[in-house]
Design a protein around this ligand. Structure first.
Ligand SMILES: C[S@@+](CC[C@H](N)C(=O)[O-])C[C@H]1O[C@@H](n2cnc3c(N)ncnc32)[C@H](O)[C@@H]1O
Ligand code: SF4
Length: 450
């Protein structure tokens, strides 16, 4: 597909690995910093008419939180007046727009993320579930589905309802079990709610329950990290998601100088090693750089979004067809996010659903995306790539494979390429090797909001 120098790539890889760099969380491609206004608006029906049939994933975004955690750059804000009624109405209008252009029954997985989906009260959550069912034919009792929750927004009744309605996973953003670490990142709720939330969800009997923890927080030490890990191990969570801290522009952490120091990237490397060793000993299997699943928990990773399209509902949600990724413009500052949410509600009320902001993916970009998502998951199946693209993945990126192999990050066999443990540890660095020059320069030229 194109050539770069293997020497250059190897030098870059070696330096980043030696620094234990965290160049940015790679979980999709292209990154939203590469999205731009499209040359001309594209009607939603035309965009989806070009997408082959087959199963779809639905991501629904709730952009509200009770506090703005100072590490967080997600598309969310803290509302002063309740915006939920108009937002739910807009979501229903958007669901109706998709229902008009898609065959029923295509959506096979649902993820409700945020922000904080459980910012919604019980009645609002039920209304949302009913709308997904009546407008998009999503039956939670037959669909793999996950909802994110933050500890201060759940109680026994809400958690029980979510389980009874059919959610198969609850993802709980705990971040740390050390009170000072939470205070430093502006998680202002009563610290004991973390423990209570873990107990509530443990009792509710979700087939999959994951707890998110962060390493690299201000003031965090190897000992305090061990403490949070042990609490996770002792809980009934079926998976732990461990995120290295990314200090992102415009976040509270990037702007505050009065906090205890954050651990160095070398110290974060030690925390990662502690986690791998301790969780393996405690009967967890490492699935990715971030996910560790209990050996006796059911596999929940059969979904492969390299192949399927994704409908994003709500302001801030991304949607993927094979040739176009789109969303509302990404903003970081609360007042700008609120403006995008309000514009979204107005647009839905006027039935204005043209796609105006995103990025087109040609065959080269589609191939890169396929490789990145496969490598970061369970590996790249060479025959599958050849069937999808009519090309051999090894021939498309010879310098990249040679550099990754030379640095001990991948294992190449006759039919499959997989990350080695070193590659898993540095998965964000490995993923970026396949970013195109076009996407890199769009990301570099991205201007944060003011
Ligand atoms: C989509 S967010 C979930 C948000 C949810 N409202 C919550 O706080 O529980 C998923 C996870 O990403 C992690 N995360 C978010 N920003 C991060 C950052 N800057 N560095 C590391 N991890 C981050 C947190 O662990 C968070 O729970
Ligand atoms: S981490 Fe979660 S609760 Fe905190 S601001 Fe981000 S989305 Fe909201």
């Amino acid at each position: 597909m194109h050539t770069v120098s293997c020497d250059l790539l190897r030098r870059r890889l070696r330096r980043q690995i030696a620094d234990n760099a965290y160049p940015g969380y790679v979980y999709g491609y292209p990154h939203k910093k590469a999205y731009r206004p499209l040359p001309c608006p594209e009607p939603l029906a035309d965009v989806w008419a070009r997408q082959p049939g087959g199963p779809l994933f639905c991501y629904l975004h709730i952009p509200f939180c009770h506090q703005r955690c100072s590490f967080c750059n997600l598309f969310t804000y803290v509302p002063t007046a309740s915006p939920t009624a108009s937002y739910l109405r807009a979501l229903e209008q958007e669901m109706a727009a998709y229902a008009a252009i898609l065959d029923p029954g295509r959506i096979q997985r649902l993820y409700i993320g945020g922000g904080t989906p459980t910012f919604l009260d019980d009645g609002e959550l039920l209304r949302l579930i009913r709308s997904l069912n009546s407008l998009l034919d999503i039956d939670l009792q037959r669909t793999q589905s996950c909802i994110e929750a933050s500890p201060e927004t759940i109680d026994e009744l809400k958690v029980r309802r979510l389980r009874e309605e059919g959610f198969t996973r609850l993802s709980l953003g705990v971040q740390s079990l050390v009170a000072d670490e939470l205070r430093h990142v502006n998680r202002r709720f009563d610290f004991s709610l973390n423990r209570q939330a873990i107990d509530l969800v443990s009792r509710a009997g979700f087939p999959h329950f994951n707890i998110d923890l962060i390493y690299g927080l201000p003031g965090q030490t190897a000992a305090s990290w061990r403490y949070s890990l042990e609490e996770g191990i002792d809980s009934a969570a079926t998976s732990l998601f461990l995120y290295p801290l990314y200090v992102r522009p415009l976040t509270g952490l990037a702007r505050r100088a009065d906090l205890p120091a954050t651990p160095t990237t070398a110290e974060m490397g030690v925390m990662y090693d502690i986690a791998v060793e301790r969780l393996t000993a405690a009967g967890f299997r490492q699935i990715t750089m971030r996910q560790f699943r209990r050996d006796d928990a059911a596999d929940d990773s059969e979904y492969r979004c390299q192949r399927d399209g994704m409908i994003g509902l709500g302001a801030g949600a991304r949607s993927y067809t094979h040739a176009l990724h789109y969303s509302t413009p990404w903003k970081m500052l609360g007042r700008n996010i609120r403006a995008v949410v309000e514009d979204y509600c107005t647009a839905m009320a006027r039935k204005t659903t043209d796609v105006t902001h995103g990025i087109h993916l040609d065959r080269d970009e589609q191939g890169r995306r396929h490789i990145i998502l496969s490598l970061l998951d369970d590996g790249l199946d060479l025959a599958g790539f050849a069937a999808a693209f009519g090309l051999c993945a090894l021939d498309c990126f010879p310098a990249e494979w040679e550099a990754l192999d030379g640095e001990g990050c991948v294992r190449i066999s006759h039919d499959r390429i997989q990350l080695t443990p070193r590659g898993v540890r540095h998965a964000d660095i490995v993923g970026q090797v396949f970013f195109s020059e076009r996407v890199r320069s769009l990301m570099e030229a991205y201007e944060y909001d003011t």
